[in-house]
Design a binder for this molecule. Structure first.
Ligand SMILES: NC(=O)C1=CN([C@@H]2O[C@H](COP(=O)(O)OP(=O)(O)OC[C@H]3O[C@@H](n4cnc5c(N)ncnc54)[C@H](OP(=O)(O)O)[C@@H]3O)[C@@H](O)[C@H]2O)C=CC1
Ligand SMILES: CC(=O)[C@@H](O)[C@H](O)COP(=O)(O)O
Ligand SMILES: [Mn+2]
Length: 380
C-alpha cells in the first residue's frame, strides 16, 4: 500500500485525488487537511479512516470532534496542524491540493521530512521555487507535477534524459474572455468570470484562468520545475484544451501530451509515476474532434501575463508580490469588493511599489506577502 496525505482534501484537486484513491484500492490515506468544509471532511474520514486530520480554525475543529467522536481520527488545527499532516511519519507522498501560498510552510516541512510532493499548489513554486528545488535535491525527494500543463511537460520529457529543452510550449485555453478587449471587460461579474470554457476547478484558479494570471503563475512554476529561463517558455493559446503542453527539443522535434480535460490523469500519473494505470472516463475521439486551433495570447489586454514574465525574469521577491497581490485581489473580486479589471491594476501597482529582494529567505517571502497585503488594504 502506498501511503499519502492530502492538504486541501475538500477542494477540486483534493476530491479528485480521493476519486483516484477510491478507484485504485492500493493507496492508504493517512492524513487530510481542509479549511471550512467539515461536513465533507467528516464523510472523507468515515470512508478513508485517516489517522489525523487538520482543519484551519479551533471553532471548526471543535465542531468536527463532536461529529467524529466515534472514530479514532485525531484533529489538529492551524499552521501547526497543516505541518503535522504534511510530515506524518509513515506517509510517502504529500498531495498539495491546498490553494494559495499558505501551502508554502507545510510543503517545505514535508520536503525536510523526506516526503515526495505531488504538487498542485502552484503558488508555492511561484513564490519559493528557488528554495524548494534545491531543498528537494538535498533531501532526495521528488517534486511530481500535478498542474495539467506541467504534468504534460513532465510526460513529454520522459525518455529524453540528457536532451536539453529548447523551448516549452505552455498551452492556455484563453479563458472565458478570449478575444475580448479592455472595454469589454469593464463590467465583468463574478458569475461571468467563473465560467471556464473547459475545466471545472476551484474559484480562485478559475478567476486566474480568466485573467490569464494563471498562465503567468504557470510560466514561473515551469521555470523552476524544468530549470529553464522564462524566455524559453512560449504561451500558446489552444482554446480546446486538448493539448496540455509541449516540449520542443534542439532538433526541432516537438513532444506533446494530449487528453480530455480531466485532472485525474495528472493526479494519478503523479501518484504512480512512472507507472501508467487504467483510468476510467472519456477518451479523445480524433474523428469527432475535427480540428485544433492555436493563437498568440493577447498580453496587452491580459497584461497580468506580461507582469508574470517580468516577475519571472527579475526573480527575487517580485514573484511573491505578483502572487500575493493576485491572491488578495481575487478574493476581493469574489467578495465583490473590487472590479474585475482592478485585479490586474492591483498587481501592477504592488509590483511597481516593491523594492526587490534577491534570493529571499522563507521569512522574507512571508514578510513580502504581509507587506503586499498591507499595501492593498491601504490603497485609495
Ligand atoms: N482545480 C484544478 O483543476 C487545478 C488546481 N490547481 C491548483 O491546485 C490548488 C488547489 O486548487 P483547487 O482544488 O481548484 O482549489 P479549491 O478551492 O477547490 O480547494 C482548495 C482546498 O484548500 C483548502 N483550504 C483553503 N484554505 C485552507 C486553510 N487555511 N487551511 C486548510 N485548508 C485550506 C480548502 O478547504 P475548504 O474548502 O474545506 O475550506 C480546499 O480543500 C491551487 O493551487 C490551484 O492553483 C492546479 C491545476 C488544476
Ligand atoms: C487544469 C489546469 O491545469 C488549469 O491550470 C487549467 O490549465 C486552466 O486553464 P487556462 O489557465 O489555460 O485557462
Ligand atoms: Mn494548469
Amino acid at each position: 500500500m502506498k501511503k499519502i496525505a492530502i492538504l486541501g482534501s475538500t477542494g477540486s484537486i483534493g476530491t479528485q485525488t480521493l476519486e483516484v484513491v477510491r478507484e485504485n484500492k492500493d493507496i492508504e490515506v493517512l492524513g487530510l487537511a481542509a479549511g471550512k468544509n467539515i461536513e465533507l471532511l467528516e464523510q472523507q474520514i468515515r470512508e478513508f479512516h485517516p489517522v489525523c486530520v487538520a482543519v484551519w480554525s479551533e471553532g471548526k475543529a471543535e465542531e468536527l470532534k463532536v461529529k467524529i467522536a466515534d472514530t479514532d481520527t485525531r484533529v489538529v488545527t492551524g499552521m501547526e496542524g497543516l505541518i503535522e499532516i504534511a510530515t506524518l511519519e509513515k506517509a510517502e507522498i504529500l498531495v498539495t491540493a491546498i490553494v494559495g501560498m499558505i501551502g508554502l510552510r507545510p510543503t517545505i516541512a514535508a520536503i525536510q521530512a523526506g516526503k515526495d510532493i505531488a504538487l498542485a499548489n502552484k503558488e508555492t513554486m511561484v513564490t519559493a521555487g528557488h528554495l524548494i528545488m534545491p531543498m528537494a535535491k538535498e533531501y532526495n525527494v521528488r517534486i511530481l507535477p500535478v498542474d495539467s500543463e506541467h504534468s504534460a511537460i513532465f510526460q513529454s520529457l520522459q525518455g529524453n534524459k540528457g536532451n536539453p529543452i529548447h523551448k516549452i510550449l505552455l498551452t492556455a485555453s484563453g479563458g472565458p474572455f478570449r478575444g475580448k478587449k479592455e472595454e469589454d471587460l469593464l463590467n465583468i461579474r463574478v458569475e461571468d468570470a467563473l465560467k471556464h470554457p473547459n475545466w471545472s476547478m476551484g474559484q480562485k484558479i478559475t478567476i486566474d484562468s480568466s485573467t490569464m494570471v494563471n498562465k503567468g503563475l504557470e510560466v514561473i512554476e515551469a521555470k523552476w520545475l524544468f530549470d529553464v529561463n522564462v524566455d524559453q517558455i512560449q504561451v500558446v493559446v489552444q482554446p480546446q484544451s486538448v493539448i496540455h503542453s509541449m516540449v520542443e527539443y534542439e532538433d526541432g522535434a516537438v513532444m506533446a501530451q494530449l487528453g480530455t480535460p480531466d485532472m485525474k490523469l495528472p493526479i494519478q500519473y503523479a501518484l504512480y509515476y512512472p507507472e501508467r494505470r487504467y483510468l476510467p472516463g472519456d477518451r479523445l475521439d480524433f474523428w469527432e474532434m475535427g480540428k485544433l486551433d492555436f493563437e498568440k495570447p493577447d498580453m496587452e489586454t491580459f497584461y497580468g501575463l506580461k507582469l508574470a514574465y517580468k516577475a519571472g525574469r527579475e526573480g527575487g521577491s517580485l514573484p511573491t508580490v505578483l502572487n500575493a497581490a493576485n491572491e488578495l485581489a481575487v478574493s476581493k473580486f469574489l467578495k465583490r469588493e473590487v472590479k474585475y479589471l482592478e485585479i490586474m491594476e492591483i498587481i501592477e501597482d504592488c509590483m511597481n511599489a516593491h523594492k526587490n529582494i534577491a534570493n529571499p529567505s522563507l521569512e522574507q517571502i512571508l514578510q513580502t506577502e504581509a507587506e503586499t497585503y498591507e499595501r492593498i488594504e491601504s490603497r485609495r
